[in-house]
Design a protein around this ligand. Sequence first.
Ligand code: SAH
Length: 212
Amino acid sequence: MNSASDQAQMMADLSRKGVTDKTVLDAIEATPRQMFLPDLFQAQAFDDVALPIGHHQTLSQPSVVGRMTQALDITERMKVLEIGTGSGYQACVLARLCRRLYTVERHPALFQEAEERIKKLGLVNVTMVVGDGSLGWPEQAPFERIMVTAAAADIPEILLDQLGDGGIMIVPVGLDENDQHLLRVRRANGDIETEDLGQTRFVPLVAGKAVD
Ligand code: SAH
């Protein structure tokens, strides 16, 4: 199969797995997943599996990217923060849906590759930095949406403080690989509402900047 039909297959698979929001599907379709993966995994680029991106990190499976993006309920006027740029794939999907995406990665090598890909795709509304995302991006807060793509021990208070009123944060919580849940946290009129979106498996959020 060529990559166009592989991608068509992936898109059909996403709808079957509950990713039904047309703007989210369009953003995924416009982002060639193979560009974000090492040579070794090109053949699986459109399978619904998580794949290694180097430095012991992984790019989530397409259905997880789709469900998390859909749960964030983004509109085109929003300012969004992503923690854990990784390959840059999720960042590109988010950038197509919002006004400006801020993304933080602790690993300089991953950051650099992601930056090149984002440039190559012509996305000019992404601001990115190497740093410790567990601290968020206080200078740019508040954010209307926050997506954390690495697992935290608990709902990160620091990030919650950077979420504006009416804001939504999606975060995998739990450091036990077999007992980790994706949470949708909403700040409304000063109250915090939490919804469990189900079991998930992400690499841990690690404090501090990485050295190559
Ligand atoms: N969203 C990525 C996949 C994320 S994998 C993609 O689309 O490819 C998790 C990423 O979080 C890894 O790249 C890891 O280096 C990064 N990470 C872990 N802890 C971090 C922290 N404290 N600050 C910033 N990035 C972090």
